[in-house]
Design a binder for this molecule. Structure first.
Ligand SMILES: [Zn+2]
Length: 132
């Protein structure tokens, strides 16, 4: 998979301030503020930084946590996982493999067969509704 590498200045120009804060500074939007949290249409969720397909609407579920939540990425290789011990917690950070943008965290309390909950920032994603 080809990497997308931009300078900090290029990311600042390409992204909105909120997208930049989440994707490039590993920020977290406030719960229930992201516009994709309640998105229920069929379609694909792509990286707001580079457009890579990350999650399918079929994997989205209402976790009640206030952020878009998925049981699994569309392709396992599309996301990369890293240990994150910031804020006094041990969590698994999820980043876009293509552009290294911070997406959110994955927790072991999901409903699917994998038992995972990919808790993503809405600002890190863009929604591409299915056309029919
Ligand atoms: Zn990306």
């Amino acid at each position: 998979m080809e990497k997308i590498v931009l300078s900090d200045e290029e990311w600042r120009q390409k992204l909105t301030p909120e997208q930049y804060h989440v994707l490039r500074q590993a920020g977290t939007e406030r719960a229930f503020t992201g516009e994709l949290n309640a998105e229920k249409r069929d379609g694909e969720f792509v990286c707001a930084g580079c457009g890579t397909k990350l999650f399918d609407s079929a994997a989205k579920f209402d976790s009640g946590c206030g952020w878009p939540s998925f049981t699994a990425p569309t392709e396992a290789e599309a996301v990369s996982e890293f240990e994150d011990v910031s804020h006094g917690m041990r969590r698994i950070e999820v980043r876009c493999t293509t552009c290294d943008g911070h997406l959110g965290h994955v927790f072991p309390d999901g409903p699917g067969p994998g038992g995972l909950r990919y808790c993503m920032n809405s600002a890190a994603l863009e929604f591409d509704p299915e056309q029919d």
